[in-house]
Design a protein around this ligand. Structure first.
Ligand SMILES: N[C@@H](CCC(=O)N[C@@H](CS)C(=O)NCC(=O)O)C(=O)O
Length: 192
């Protein structure tokens, strides 16, 4: 069975969400990050950088949440069948975990760049239900998870953001999915 290593409140929730969307049985192995268990030799043998999420699927070890999402999509999700579809999926997962994440957490001085990027995402979602178009994919897990972390860390609840109505509707739709609720749900404030 696939093993997922994660901390109690770690980004392993992203991978749990997608595994539950795909209906893949997995064993969750809790690493006590506060106690520094990620630096012990048995875990460093799996991920030399001592980070979670990390998976072991049969004998295959993989870490970094974006890479794990892409691997699971390639192996277990029929959505990315052609090189072009795989590239589009990678584009959105990488955009979310690098450009989008970095810009959103930037300081107030970079506010114009932040607004431009969030407005462009809002415009895109005015015309698309999901990042790949009509179908839910690993890209939406990456983006939905970032929107949830922005809520937890920056207290920006896109479900309530009138200025970004399309992102709000998208995030509301993602956050109603049962696998999201099983994984991120307990930390989500209820909508007003
Ligand atoms: N970019 C990495 C981030 C991994 C990461 O920083 N994970 C944190 C938990 S959310 C961790 O393992 N912290 C333990 C440590 O740095 O010692 C990913 O997306 O997988």
């Amino acid at each position: 069975m696939l093993k997922l290593y994660g901390g109690a409140r770690s980004q392993a929730a992203i991978i749990r969400w997608y595994l539950e969307e795909l209906g893949i049985p997995y064993q969750f192995i809790l690493i006590d990050l506060q106690a520094g268990k990620q630096q012990q030799p048995d875990f460093l043998a799996i991920n030399p950088f001592g980070k979670v999420p990390t998976i072991v699927d049969d004998d295959f070890k993989l870490w970094e949440s974006g890479a794990i999402l892409l691997y699971l999509a390639e192996k277990y999700d029929a959505i990315a069948a052609t090189p072009e579809q795989r590239a589009k999926l990678a584009q959105w997962v990488l955009f979310t975990t690098t450009t989008f994440k970095r810009v959103v957490y930037q300081s107030a001085e970079q506010k114009p760049q932040k607004s431009r990027l969030i407005s462009a995402l809002n415009q895109y979602l005015e015309h698309h239900s999901f990042l790949l178009g009509d179908q839910f994919s690993a890209a939406d897990v990456a983006m939905g998870a970032q929107l949830a972390y922005i809520l937890f860390r920056l207290n920006i609840d896109f479900r309530q953001e009138k200025a970004y109505a399309a992102i709000a509707a998208y995030f509301r739709c993602l956050s109603q999915r049962p696998p999201f609720q099983h994984t991120f749900g307990a930390r989500m404030p209820t909508c007003k």
